[in-house]
Design a protein around this ligand. Structure first.
Ligand code: AMP
Length: 171
């Protein structure tokens, strides 16, 4: 899997000075790197026995959408405020660079459903734990979290305790 790091590009000082942005665009445009990534994540996803996949706007839609199709599960979009058309529940949280808010349709999760949360990158864990909170409010079960990249020096994983967390590429 380590060879997939060749397809992650560092962009210094984006979107703010001091942040090194991990750009997954080279991975997305390379067919074999993208397939390897999705195949590996699909295996992990299946081991978590989910009923449904939740993807976080916007890069989580790419991986979450592909994984939902690859594993024949449904897909739930967690979106930035004002984007979802039906009634929503929302939660605010802190980011590595700023703060944010995410929404989920109020009828997204069935009580007792196992949901796996998918995003491109785990940094401080604020985004993923906000989604976990939205799922739990709807009486769903957070089956686990799946990321392509983990910035483990930020310890985001501890914020997601005790839910299982998998990432492919660690920095
Ligand atoms: P966090 O909530 O701190 O775990 O941040 C994770 C979210 O912010 C994900 O949706 C990432 O796409 C994005 N993100 C945070 N830091 C970075 C980074 N250094 N490079 C790329 N994306 C990032």
């Amino acid at each position: 899997m380590q060879e997939l790091k060749d397809f992650i590009r560092d962009i210094p000082d984006f979107p703010k000075p001091g942040i090194v942005f991990k750009d997954i665009s080279p991975m997305l445009k390379n067919p074999s790197a993208l397939k390897k990534t999705i195949d590996f994540m699909a295996e992990k996803l299946t081991s978590l026995k989910p009923d449904v996949v939740l993807g976080i706007e916007s890069r989580g839609f790419i991986f979450g959408g592909a994984l939902a199709v690859a594993t024949a599960k449904g897909f739930l979009p967690a979106r930035k405020p004002g984007k979802l058309p039906y009634k929503t529940d929302q939660v605010s949280y802190d980011l590595e660079y700023g703060s944010n808010c995410l929404e989920l349709h109020i009828d997204a999760v069935e009580p007792g459903q196992r949901v796996v949360i998918v995003d491109d990158l785990l940094a401080t864990g604020g985004t993923a734990s906000a989604c976990a909170e939205l799922i739990r409010r709807q009486k769903g079960i957070v089956a686990g979290h799946l990321f392509v990249v983990e910035l483990s020096f930020l310890n985001g994983r501890t914020k997601l305790d005790p839910d299982p967390v998998y990432s492919i590429l660690d920095y």
